[in-house]
Write a protein that binds this ligand. Structure first.
Ligand code: LMR
Length: 337
């Protein structure tokens, strides 16, 4: 008897799901939402963290039931060392590495790391919107990577565990964590310092334990990672930029339906405008919070100090001009007003 009831229930359930299936338009039963994993390495309260959450909100609103965006901040899914590879393998669909982390894929993007190339983030924005800047988004398709957008963070500041940090000679012999970029390596060598490539997730501990003496980053990254708690001085050098390219796997993207591509492109454009608009505010807020925390001293620089840093880093331009191309450097310089 019991057995009969069980079978009876199962039969009922099967009939019910068959009826539900038949009520759906043809083919709809197979359409599970496209799951889009978006991994990044920074905290949620940063410009990139906020942009990723905005993209999720907009994409799911524009394509209800058709896409599901899962955001993984703070290297939770993949860190610097693995995220590009994971994207190419299809283990993640969107990542937004800093522009300093692409030099294995195209030498041209090394442009963004040239010290003192851009006067400010507005100049970076003008260059990225120009034909030369937009071309770079597609410069890695032959390697399987398609750039969908640029997202701003901001200008880089230099920090160390020392009291004095006003002139290039103050960093001689010090060890600096750098992103995986040959230009940044050359930049610190030009200063007589010792650069060490390291994943973002490892920087706090490396600073805390003295594995490195210093690093370069934006106010929002310094604050959200608590670098100011393990550094003595942060000099306001604005010597370079940390911006991002949101990239996807070109093959995966090309396999999406036109409707999904359109919805995602619109969500990306709106999330980009949102993230870029708030980037400066977040960096200004975090600079104030660092000042208020009273742990690291913020060192302002005179015009002469800045000129000295600029001069000390100048050799880097010559070294990479051939790889980057003079035309591209000139196009970037034109965006400074
Ligand atoms: C870094 O690695 O220092 C940063 O660029 C991380 C990030 O994505 O902002």
């Amino acid at each position: 008897m019991k057995k009969l009831i069980r079978t009876g229930r199962r039969g009922l359930l099967a009939a019910a799901s068959l009826a539900a299936l038949m009520a759906l338009p043809f083919g709809a039963a197979a359409q599970a939402p496209v799951v889009i994993k978006f991994a990044h390495v920074v905290a949620e309260q940063t410009p990139k963290g906020q942009g990723a959450l905005k993209f999720k909100e907009l994409a799911e609103k524009k394509l209800p039931g058709k896409v599901q965006v899962q955001v993984f901040p703070s290297s939770q899914l993949f860190g610097d060392a693995k995220e590009m590879e994971a994207l190419l393998l299809g283990d993640v669909q969107l990542i937004a590495p800093s522009l300093s982390k692409f030099d294995r894929y195209t030498k041209k993007i090394q442009l963004y790391d040239l010290p003192f190339l851009f006067d400010d983030i507005e100049a970076v924005d003008r260059f990225q919107a120009s034909p030369a800047g937009q071309d770079l988004l597609k410069s890695m398709t032959n390697r399987g990577l398609l750039g969908l957008a640029y997202w701003h963070n901001g200008m880089k500041q230099l920090s160390t565990s020392k009291d004095k940090l006003t002139r290039p000679e103050d960093v001689k012999g010090l060890k600096f964590r750098i992103q995986a970029s040959d230009v940044l390596e050359a930049q610190f060598r030009a200063l007589g310092a010792n650069p060490q490539k390291m994943a973002f997730a490892e920087v706090y501990q490396a600073l805390q334990t003295g594995v490195v003496d210093g690093q370069e980053n934006t106010w929002s990254n310094i604050y959200s990672q608590k670098f100011h708690e393990v550094q003595k001085t942060i000099a306001e050098t604005n010597h370079g930029v940390i911006d991002y390219m949101v990239v996807t796997n070109a093959k995966w993207w090309n396999g999406l339906s036109p409707e999904i591509q359109k919805g995602l492109s619109e969500a990306m454009a709106e999330a980009t405008a949102f993230a870029n608009k708030m980037a400066s505010d977040l960096n200004n807020r975090d600079k104030d919070l660092i000042a208020k925390a009273g742990k690291a001293k913020i060192q302002q620089l005179s015009k002469e100090d800045v000129a000295a840093w600029r001069k000390a880093m100048e050799p880097v331009w010559k070294k990479f001009e051939g790889d980057i191309g003079r035309d591209l450097i000139d196009a970037a310089l034109k965006s400074n007003k």
